[in-house]
Design a protein around this ligand. Structure first.
Ligand code: RB5
Length: 145
């Protein structure tokens, strides 16, 4: 699966770490920036990565800002995007199992590299459970229309 990653300045260091770690694991990683650590506005990178999902360039995405909050608010403005701000492994698991989230948002100022990598792996490996959750996700999709 092709995975997208993007961040602002506050998520830059974690983005660099995660992109390298995911590549080492065999993922094809599409980097939507930023590419140097300078102060930028996080919505600009949510726009770029979510466009990549809408265009089917990538299947899932990782967005990182200081807290993960701004990126989740921005990403969820776009049709077809279900972005989940995750703070622990259980969040990452349930965001996939129950919500079929296609973007994980992380706090670069809150999470250590190893925990973030574990969370991303869980997010990428965990399938949507469908069943009773499908009807609920379909209701979200109908709001999108
Ligand atoms: C940038 O200082 C910070 O506000 C941003 O990275 C993010 O945490 C916003 O939600």
């Amino acid at each position: 699966m092709r995975v997208g990653i993007g961040s602002d300045h506050a998520g830059f260091d974690l983005k660099v770490f995660l992109a390298a770690a995911l590549k080492k694991e065999g993922y094809e990683v599409v980097d939507y920036g930023i590419n140097i650590k300078k102060s930028v506005d996080y919505p600009d990178f949510a726009v770029k990565l979510t466009a990549g999902i809408q265009a089917k360039e990538i299947g899932k995405g990782i967005l990182i800002c200081g807290t993960g909050i701004g990126m989740s608010i921005a990403a969820n403005k776009f049709k077809g995007i279900r972005a989940a701000r995750c703070c622990c492994i259980q969040d990452a698991c349930l965001a996939r199992q129950h919500n079929d989230a296609n973007v994980i948002t992380l706090g670069g100022r809150l999470l250590g590299n190893d925990l973030a990598f574990e969370m991303v792996n869980v997010f990428l490996d965990t399938p949507f459970l469908k069943g009773r959750h499908l009807k609920r996700v379909n209701k979200i999709k109908s709001i999108d229309k």
